[in-house]
Design a protein around this ligand. Structure first.
Ligand SMILES: Nc1ncnc2c1ncn2[C@@H]1O[C@H](COP(=O)(O)OP(=O)(O)OP(=O)(O)O)[C@@H](O)[C@H]1O
Length: 294
């Protein structure tokens, strides 16, 4: 079953582009990454899913129900951690969390205690006195206290130190094992890689790829580096499938995706001294998506 189903979703802010014609699905039980550079449209997509803003066109379903029509009902089963958390600073942490819990028809007291212990959060402090990281923890507890079926996290790790990030990821994995589906938005590749099964890559308001992390690594460019006996013309390797071509005297390097025999034929046209064919690391694969089109 698809927990999230987004169909041709577009959101414009007046004349400004928010997101354009976005479609993807998140299956039940997945930890799904949503990655793209700042301003790509991750928050806009998430805010539309939560009916905090309304689509210009297209639609989205959560738990098989239209996000706009069934917003109040759907929200009971969603835990949301926004990119930036704002609170009434005068309140104590515990009072804020009890207030949040009052929206659900559940006794959340035990879970609040467990989460606070796990994240090392002092429930009796005033929010005003908390560091940025501790405020973020309040947001995490707030998002998870009702044991939601779907957890939506928008850039959740900013402000958390590495040890706390690790604990937070463990917590998310536990929730996932218990059955929660997770949508995890981030611009940090390494954390998405650590946690997620699949990713949607968003760039300039459009989805450029939806793929398993493992497949992204497999079916991708290979990196070629060739050393030749005599200088070669750059144009020799200007062919379909070649990207990031660099030719400097007797050294040529490029990324290639396509039939390897085709590129090997080109290579046999020159006298080579050495040849390296390597897999790009995931960072390089993503950077390719991040680069702006001319
Ligand atoms: N309230 C708004 N009014 C006008 N334009 C907006 C508004 N909110 C977002 N945008 C624009 O929509 C586009 C997508 O922004 P969005 O915040 O969704 O990106 P993002 O991927 O979440 O990036 P970030 O990580 O920087 O938050 C950007 O070009 C942004 O300037």
């Amino acid at each position: 079953m698809n927990v999230i189903e987004i169909n041709n979703l577009t959101k414009n802010y007046g004349k400004a582009r928010g997101i354009t014609d976005i479609s993807f699905q998140v299956e039940e039980g997945e930890i799904f990454g949503f990655i793209g550079p700042n301003g790509a449209g991750k928050s806009t997509t998430i805010r539309t899913l939560l009916s905090l803003i309304y689509p210009t066109s297209g639609s989205a379903k959560i738990f098989g129900k239209d996000c706009v029509k069934f917003a109040p009902e759907i929200k009971k089963d969603i835990g949301y951690l926004p990119a930036e958390v704002f609170y009434y600073d005068n309140m104590k942490v515990i009072d804020l969390l009890k207030y949040s819990a009052s929206f659900y028809k559940k006794d959340c007291r035990k879970r609040i205690k467990e989460l606070a212990e796990m994240l090392d959060l002092d429930l009796h402090k005033k929010i005003d006195d908390l560091s940025l990281g501790n405020k973020k923890k309040v947001g995490i507890v707030q998002g998870l206290l009702h044991e939601p079926r779907l957890i939506i996290l928008d850039e959740p790790t900013s402000g958390l130190d590495p040890l706390m990030q690790q604990k937070f990821f463990e917590l998310l994995r536990e929730e996932n094992k218990k059955g929660a589906t997770i949508l995890f938005s981030s611009h940090i590749l390494s954390e998405v890689q650590k946690l997620c099964d699949r990713v949607a890559i968003i760039k300039e308001g459009k989805i450029v790829q939806v793929e398993k992390i493992s497949t992204l690594k497999e079916n991708t460019y290979k990196k070629f580096k060739i050393e030749t006996a005599a200088p070669v013309q750059r144009s020799l390797f200007q062919m379909e499938g070649v990207n990031d071509l660099e030719a400097d005297g007797t050294t040529v390097s490029f990324l290639y995706r396509g039939n390897l025999n085709e590129v090997m034929k080109k290579i046999t046209d020159v006298e080579i001294v050495n040849l390296w064919v390597t897999e790009p690391d995931l960072e390089e694969i993503f950077m390719h998506y991040y680069e702006k089109e001319e």
